[in-house]
Ligand binder design. Sequence first.
Ligand SMILES: Cc1cc2nc3c(=O)[nH]c(=O)nc-3n(C[C@H](O)[C@H](O)[C@H](O)COP(=O)(O)OP(=O)(O)OC[C@H]3O[C@@H](n4cnc5c(N)ncnc54)[C@H](O)[C@@H]3O)c2cc1C
Length: 406
Amino acid sequence: MASNNTTPRKNIVILGASYAGISTAHYLLRHVVPKLPNPDQYCVVLVSVSSQVVCRPACPRAMISETAFDQKKLFVDVKECFVAYPAGQWRFVLGRVKDVDLERRMINVMGDDEQDHLAFHALVIATGASTPSPLLGLNGSSEELRSAWHEVRVALPAAKNIVVAGGGPAGVETAAELAEHLNQTGSKTTQITLITSANQILPNLRSSIANQAQKHLTHLGVRVLTDTKVTATSPIDAGTSSALTATTTVHLSNDQTLPADIYIPATGTRPNTAFLPPALLSSDGRVLTDAHLRAPLAGERIYALGDASTFARPAIHNIFSAIPILCYNIHNDLLGVEGEDKVFKEDTRETQMVLLGRKRAVGAAMGWWLPGWVVRMIKRDYWLWTTPKLWSGEQWTRGLRLRAGK
Ligand SMILES: Cc1cc2nc3c(=O)[nH]c(=O)nc-3n(C[C@H](O)[C@H](O)[C@H](O)COP(=O)(O)OP(=O)(O)OC[C@H]3O[C@@H](n4cnc5c(N)ncnc54)[C@H](O)[C@@H]3O)c2cc1C
């Protein structure tokens, strides 16, 4: 990619094309690159293992039926998101990042059958995090996600026991959606069990709200086991891509076992950072990130955002609050301006909205309890209604005022 016949463009490379990566790319292309002294010298390069982006919060409902959502809205081509920008200003590279050479400032990307070596001037790490279950996000390509959903849909009608491990929002919403679906289809004999090692489900919400959610689950027919840990499964890889719908025995910390025709491990997430040196990572595998959203141990002009980063707790609203600050600081770094950084501070007030099927919901926002009907109204279709503006970049029409470049 060249701005003229001799000068190669400086790549601002973004690893991962989802909530953090796509938003950063739009913000840079709309507000940062045009304000640099020589905008034609730069190219924003997005790298992702998936050619499509998915509305991830919708997974608990989307996995059950293809008709639950408009598939064209649920999955959107990453390249389509950027067609409004002139060619040469941006580029999409499809492939898995294998390693990053921080000294030579090169990235090694493995495509379908060839490797790409990308030089970077600035780098944003936004590769997110994977769930043990392949049903809950883009652990690989969108085709792989769709094929995992298909496998579960085929297994669902004959399932007598379904076990969901993990009492966070992903596990709770998945158990509720499955229960509602099976109630609707008349499969009331299917036992759904939700297991959490904590003493309540939804540990990020106050206990009165969590208890309400548990009542809703019970009403839907879900059995909830708190203070119970899954110690092992047989087969060992139950619920992962290699044994997604295998008949499973779930071993519990209370020495009991549960049979499962479908086992869904919705426990925790694993940051997608294996391509980075361990010295850059926290003990839970996220990129150590400072309040300016830089990864200071990685080197100059290297940043991290989203679930792959320690910047905040994993949530989309935290990413949205951080994007303008990240891009403001990138702009300063590209200009070589020091001492004028903006600082990101997470809003740690109780904020979480959880749908329990189509008729029930619980939640809180900025420390305030929200009635269920308000959560249903706001979160509606698992936020799918918000994605057209997000993926097209319209969400970032307005930007922070930046320092003028000379
Ligand atoms: C089931 C579920 C429901 C959720 N519901 C909500 C909700 O209602 N509200 C909310 O605020 N948050 C919710 N979350 C959390 C939210 O989805 C995440 O915070 C958000 O997706 C993080 O975005 P991200 O861009 O950091 O990473 P991700 O969305 O994880 O995307 C990372 C991208 O990087 C790509 N990638 C990964 N590794 C590589 C590699 N080595 N090379 C190239 N590309 C790679 C992936 O393919 C993916 O496209 C939910 C999460 C789950 C699992």
